[in-house]
Ligand binder design. Sequence first.
Ligand code: NAD
Length: 294
Amino acid sequence: MRIGFIGLGHMGLPMCRNLLAKGHAVKAWDVVPALVDKAVSLGAARATSVADCVAGAEAVVTMLPSSPHVRAVYAGPSGVIANAKPGTLLVDSSTIDPLTAREMAFDALAKGLPMVDAPVSGGTAGAEAATLTFMVGGAAKDFEPAKAILECMGRNIVHCGASGNGQVAKICNNMMLAVGMIATSEAMTLATALGMDPKVFAGIVNTSSGRCWSSDTYNPYPGVLDGVPASRGYTGGFGTDLMLKDLTLVTEAAKTARVPVLMGAVAQQVYQKHSADGHGGSDFSSVIIQYLKR
Ligand code: NAD
């Protein structure tokens, strides 16, 4: 297929490379010229603007930082919706708020452009290895064609229901993850402060009812697990500022839906403090530092 790809950052560039590896003809665009150069060196064609990127495309994939960037790329006279030819399938894999995703899909459909939201989990490692999970929101008839493209970049492609539901799944999952990580950090720190060996305590938790992904797969306490960010100074992994962004999206969405998310709101503030303390670039499991340094 002829695919326009917009947003060649940490996730987008390897995703673009995997589309090329599967034989698609990709035309790439980013506001940073050096990133377009990199995509061209991988075999993509060079686009000179959003309009140029999407003009001859049969599908468009975007991987942008957040809602305002998605709006800037899709809306307006120089945007994707105004310049893609009718019938072009639009796939936005950015993590954004569900309402913006629904609004963009509505505006796209009005111009004859089917659009799905398809945020990912799996991080940069998943993007490199084409093992991402895609959570797809959109009409059932658009899911299969989107899946054919997404399978080049990921392993699990899940239809979550109507437009925006991919974003709903993504941000609600990450709210649980953040709350679980903070709870694990508190329990690990308290048990250790009260005299337990952290490895022994983690072992008990992981065969007991406190077990969660943050305790058994991604434990934040240094030295408990090998090969996790906690064992290498919280480098790599999923950044604090990306988690903070998702928590801000989910607490805003909860306000709109008038659903109380008390733990989610506390987690948003804990991560906001952690970022303000200078840990925005560290893996999100470094939130345990908020407790350990006391
Ligand atoms: P990034 O900042 O590295 O990349 C985004 C790219 O978009 C940048 O290269 C930027 O120049 C480009 N861009 C911004 N505005 C643009 C515009 N108007 N026109 C064209 N290009 C524009 O971000 P990332 O880490 O690749 O993440 C992308 C999305 O994926 C985010 O929504 C993020 O929340 C989500 N995500 C990231 C990870 C991760 O581990 N990095 C994991 C899961 C989901």
